[in-house]
Design a protein around this ligand. Structure first.
Ligand code: PLP
Length: 352
């Protein structure tokens, strides 16, 4: 059967009815991949399966929320979708706007445009509007735009995004036939951790799963407001998708941690990049640094006393590594320089 996208597949769990005109790129149904070589490499005896959200249509999990947000916007008669984001949200909004025949506008601080991800927004035909100000100024303009007729905000504050994103938790349980013991996930604006916890709880209430996982969320050490319990004025990390100093869903993330008996911890950029390299080299899975924060969290909890040998863990790998090729090249220590075109020289170069 051709997978119809998350809304059609999970429609009885989502705020749609039979007349809803669904805007979809057939997102979701991403693979849940066991990674035994990664687990071995860190000395673990547990099972870890990664939910490869990089394989959504625009290369990140944002598509799950965007299909729902854009479907709702279109139902309400919106003509313009706006967001303030230099990253995966703008890429996803631009793609779903194109799919819906709507206009997407991305408002950004001037000079802070990350060209790698913005390439997607541009090719999908979004209007890019740089403003003279910082990210908060851009977000304030977006909020004001939301009051204009026909304009819909698709930033993290849009509640439909959480609804769509919770379907990843459903998929994990449907694939495993149960809930994992623990779920690991990176935390930025904290919408996704909120969505997963909501999804697990809904399946539990419906009797689809008998147990609930503990939720283990991970922030970057230079952008860890929830861990430090204070707003971070100038968040800094190599993991740009989680460089957030004042998360929109802060309270809900704390609730997911506390209700599940889990943890929200932080990992340094060094730990993130180590996990980033290890999952690629040990398993052939290339994700962006923010995604690797979840795996750095697995390594950290393993090193800090171990993860029970028979436990079943899942981790969300949120975005594709190709979005940020500069980081991949910068962490490589290979010298790429030409050698003579002879068998002996090339063999010698291969053997290092
Ligand atoms: C948006 C994003 C995150 C953070 O998700 P939140 O819902 O903001 O916590 C993590 N990784 C990637 C790749 C993202 O695009």
């Amino acid at each position: 059967m051709n997978w119809p996208g998350i809304i059609a597949h999970y429609r009885r769990h989502l705020p749609v009815d039979d007349n809803t005109q669904i805007v979809t790129l057939q997102e979701g149904d991403t693979p849940l991949i066991p990674v035994p070589r990664f687990v071995n490499a860190i000395g673990g005896r547990f099972q870890l399966h990664i939910k490869l959200e990089a394989l959504n249509p625009t290369g990140s999990f944002k598509d799950r929320g965007m299909t729902m947000a854009v479907t709702a916007a279109k139902t309400r008669g919106a003509k313009i979708l706006v967001c303030a984001s230099t990253g995966n949200t703008s890429a996803s909004a631009a793609a779903y706007a194109a799919r819906a025949g709507l206009t997407a506008a991305v408002v950004l601080p001037h000079g802070k445009i990350a060209m790698g991800k913005l390439a997607q927004a541009l090719i999908y035909g979004a209007r890019i509007v740089p403003v003279d100000g910082n990210f908060d100024d851009a977000l304030n303009v977006v909020r004001a735009l939301g009051d204009q007729p026909g304009v819909e905000i698709v930033n993290s504050i849009n509640p439909f995004r959480i609804e769509g994103q919770k379907t990843a938790a459903f998929e994990i349980c449907d694939t495993l036939g149960r809930a994992p013991d623990r779920h690991y996930i990176p935390v930025g604006n904290a919408g996704n951790i909120t969505a997963y916890w909501q999804g697990f709880k809904e399946y539990h209430a419906a009797g689809t799963i008998r147990t609930l996982p503990q939720i283990f969320g991970w922030q970057a050490a230079g952008a860890a407001p929830i861990v430090e319990n204070r707003v971070i004025e100038h968040p800094e990390t190599v993991a740009t998708a989680i460089r957030i100093g004042n998360p929109a869903s802060w309270r809900q993330a704390g609730a997911a941690r506390d209700e599940s008996g889990g943890v929200i911890g932080s990992v340094s950029d060094g730990e993130i990049l180590r996990a980033y390299q290890l999952i690629a080299a040990s398993e052939g899975i290339f994700v962006e640094p923010a995604s690797a924060a979840a795996l750095a969290g697995v390594i950290k909890t393993q090193e800090q006393g171990g993860i029970p040998a028979d436990s079943l863990l899942t981790a969300t790998l949120t975005g594709h590594g190709l979005k940020d090729p500069d980081t991949a090249i910068s962490v490589s220590d290979q010298l790429i320089k030409p050698v003579p075109p002879t068998l002996s020289a090339v063999l010698q170069a291969i053997q290092g």
